[in-house]
Write a protein of this length. Structure first.
Length: 312
């Protein structure tokens, strides 16, 4: 009856509710698209998820979500969904191993970290050879030890990544295109007070160079246009996220920024398809709000399926 696509807090919460409502949900949690569990798998300590007053590690929290979904009979499949045919119901959903039909779908595929297309950062250049978009995933690798590391961005992610990198690098520079942080005050203060962190205001990245790994970054002052080259061992993008919607082949209405447009709770422009979590939320983007919208999506599906049945 119900296929849930995704494996973060939204997907597993939807699965818990749907399984308890006897909808026998099948969750496609992805495989090549990234580790099941979503963005919390690349986080360390989560301090703001209610119910864990001492904090909990992101992967441990996701393990608990998944276990709870399984407890009520959710079937979890470790494959990616490659496309969805929304033209008729039941929907035809293609995974890497075949086709499955579903009356309803909850899309909870989340978002991925954005990158800039600056010379030296492409896949065939220094991407994953010192350039990454996730300090928490990659920061501990030896090439970054005792080096000057550069984080691009001015939001909470940039601050969090910079603070995390202080454990490894000799000095961390946060490069921001403005002279004011977007990050929350409490996070910003932690970075501004940290002896290993230095802010580089009003600058953008123009080039990354190296040999087998990154050796330097070139920054440009946005006011004077002057460029400066800095010795660097690593570059970390922390400039926000992009929703994962490509498998929908443009068949569902999106907001102008690419996030799925939702109407009345979690319904989308296609009847029978619902969206939850970061794939439809560019504002709150928290584990707890994703989980909340996963719950809403499961309840919306349950009501919608009941209406369909009573209409026949
Ligand atoms: P944000 O959208 O908040 O910040 C992105 C940052 O990147 C901004 O400072 C932006 O600059 C900058 N940026 C965007 N595009 C470019 C570009 N092309 N060139 C240079 N700089 C660019 O994203 P985050 O990932 O930081 O945070 C997302 C959400 O997650 C927020 O709500 C945040 O509060 C939350 N979060 C909370 C954490 C926590 O509480 N522990 C940790 C991490 C995230 P500008 O400011 O000029 O627009």
């Amino acid at each position: 009856k119900l296929v849930i696509i995704g494996s973060g807090p939204a997907a597993y919460t939807a699965a818990i509710y749907a399984a308890r409502a006897n909808l026998q949900p099948v969750v496609y949690e992805g495989f090549y698209s990234g580790p099941p569990g979503g963005q919390l798998m690349t986080t360390t300590e989560v301090e703001n998820f209610p119910g864990f007053p001492e904090g909990i590690m992101g992967p441990d929290l996701m393990g608990l979500f998944r276990k709870q979904a399984e407890r009520f009979g959710t079937q979890i499949i470790g494959e990616d969904i490659t496309s969805v045919d929304v033209s008729e119901r039941p929907f035809k959903i293609e995974s890497s191993s075949g086709v499955v039909m579903a009356e309803a779908i909850i899309v909870a595929t989340g978002a991925v970290a954005k990158r800039l297309s600056v010379p030296g950062t492409a896949d065939h250049e220094f991407w994953q050879k010192g350039v990454t978009a996730c300090a928490v995933c990659d920061g501990a690798i030896p090439i970054f030890r005792e080096k000057h590391l550069f984080v691009i961005g001015g939001g909470d992610t940039a601050i969090e990544e910079a603070l995390f990198l202080t454990k490894f690098g000799s000095k961390i520079f946060i490069v921001h295109r403005r002279d004011e942080l977007r990050a929350s005050k409490i996070m910003a203060q932690r970075a501004l007070n940290h002896p290993k962190i230095e802010m580089i205001w009003n600058h953008v990245l123009t080039r990354v160079e190296g040999d087998t790994v990154v050796r330097s970054v070139t920054l440009q002052n946005v006011n004077t246009m002057e460029e400066t080259k800095h010795t660097a061992g690593g570059l970390f993008f922390a400039i926000g996220h992009e929703p994962n919607t490509s498998f929908l082949n443009g068949k569902i209405e999106l907001e102008s920024n690419g996030y799925i447009k939702v109407f009345k709770g979690t319904s989308t422009s296609v009847e029978g398809i619902f969206a939850a979590g970061d794939v439809q939320d560019h504002i709150y983007r928290q584990a707890i709000t994703a989980a909340g919208s996963g719950c809403m999506a499961a309840l919306d599906v349950e009501r919608w399926l009941a209406l369909q049945e009573s209409a026949h």
